[in-house]
Design a protein around this ligand. Structure first.
Ligand code: ZN
Length: 412
């Protein structure tokens, strides 16, 4: 085993490499990839880290692990540093390198699934806490590092379940940090809300009959009308996004037709045809009004059309980014002292933050990666080691700033 790093068991010692980078690469090699993530490997890894950091380590529901660094005033609300341990599958043939080898090229770009989403953040939290502890720092509020599974498959067995667990409430969280996205420019993107995913299937019944005749009231005619209504709306939203300087993807509703079902034979007019859409709705949209609009489209398309939702999120909580909010003002002021420019956005997809916000806890999605192309879930996902290392310094400033936010009026 090399003195400067933690590499052993026959691996090549990356001479001169920063020990945080070595630890990051070790974590990237753990195959916590769907559909069969090796969570046991992640838990063994985290267990070892907790021991190194002398943090209290707890395991809940057999899979959610939490390391706790107790504050000097543990009665105050705590700070949650959340990260998920799973990663999405890869199409290995599309990758330049083995997606689980954590190959580092001459420029210091580390290639692996999870470099951006979000094993970088996990190790950055850990290393920032490690450095703060090594300096003998004491923070006022308790800091919890939470490592949660199944985010990439909707979080139902992970965060969605855990936020309603009595042990979660006991953590007494006041503010949470969770994942964000890379930013190709100089700025850093922060997310204060998410769009609501609605997965809807519209059933279009019609008169069946022989394929040689002009049957009235067919399922196909209704289907076409429904599809046109949804896709016309899609065009309008796309146009709105493309013609406005200040809108990002998170500010508009995306509509995509994802499945069509129906029919049994060439010469048989079917009695029903179904179409499904994936909608992502920003928190600024009135959801009741929006559903009325859908109802209207169905009504206009013909008789007896029904719809059902496979997923219909109604939570429109957003985290305050007002300057008088104690958490946000601390977060943004600390970033300012590091000369970081922040761009505030609504997250275009979904993360575990939506479950945290749903139980009333403010959460900011933030992965400190600027000058980095957005490659989450993509082939050849990578992160440069210098950007990664800079992120540790960012958290080393943010964590104490947040954990030292003075007692709030409701904590007195
Ligand atoms: Zn993620």
């Amino acid at each position: 085993m090399c003195s400067g790093c933690r590499v052993d068991r026959g691996q090549v010692c990356p001479e001169g490499e920063d020990s945080s980078v070595t630890l990051f690469r070790e974590y990237l090699r753990l195959r916590t990839v769907h559909p069969k993530p090796d969570y046991d490997a992640a838990l063994r890894f985290l267990d070892r880290i907790a021991e190194e950091l002398e943090n209290t380590y707890m395991l809940y529901l057999q899979i959610v692990s939490i390391m706790t660094w107790e504050g000097t005033n543990p009665a105050l609300k705590s700070i949650l540093l959340n990260s998920h341990t799973d990663v999405v599958p890869v199409f290995q043939e599309q990758w330049k390198y083995d997606a689980f080898s954590a190959f580092k090229d001459a420029e210091g770009n580390i290639y692996a699934r999870g470099t951006q989403d979000m094993k970088c953040v996990t190790i950055q939290y850990i290393q920032a806490v490690r450095r703060l502890k090594a300096e003998g720092r004491k923070l006022m509020r308790t800091v919890h590092l939470m490592f949660i599974p199944d985010e990439e498959i909707g979080g139902h067995e992970g965060m969605e379940t855990f936020v309603n667990h009595p042990e979660f409430k006991k953590l007494n969280i006041g503010f949470a940090l969770d994942e964000g996205l890379a930013n190709p420019g100089e700025a850093f993107t922060v997310f204060y809300g998410e769009r609501n995913p609605w997965w809807i299937t519209v059933h279009c019944p019609g008169s069946p009959g022989h394929g040689s005749r002009f049957v009235e009231n067919t399922a196909a005619e209704k289907l076409v009308s429904v599809i046109n209504s949804f896709l016309n709306f899609r065009e309008k939203e796309k146009h709105r996004l493309n013609t406005s300087e200040c809108l990002t993807l998170g500010d508009v509703t995306t509509v995509n037709m994802t499945m069509v079902k129906g029919g049994v034979a060439y010469n048989v007019i079917p009695a029903e045809m179904d179409v499904s859409f994936d909608l992502r709705i920003p928190p600024t949209v009135n959801l009741q009004e929006f559903e009325k609009q859908i109802k209207q489209w169905c009504k206009e398309a013909g008789d007896d059309i029904t719809y059902e939702f496979a997923q219909k999120h109604m939570n429109q909580n957003i985290t305050s980014t007002e300057e008088n909010d104690p958490w946000w003002s601390t977060f943004s002021a600390t970033c300012k002292t590091m000369n970081m420019t922040l761009e505030k956005e609504i997250f275009p997809a979904a993360t575990d933050s939506r479950f945290i916000r749903a139980v009333g806890i403010p959460a900011i999605g933030f992965s400190p990666m600027n000058r980095t192309p957005i490659l989450l879930h993509d082939h050849n996902e990578y992160l440069n080691e210098q950007i990664f290392l800079k992120g540790i310094s960012v958290y080393k400033r943010l964590i104490p700033a947040l954990a030292n936010v003075p007692p709030l009026p409701d904590e007195a």
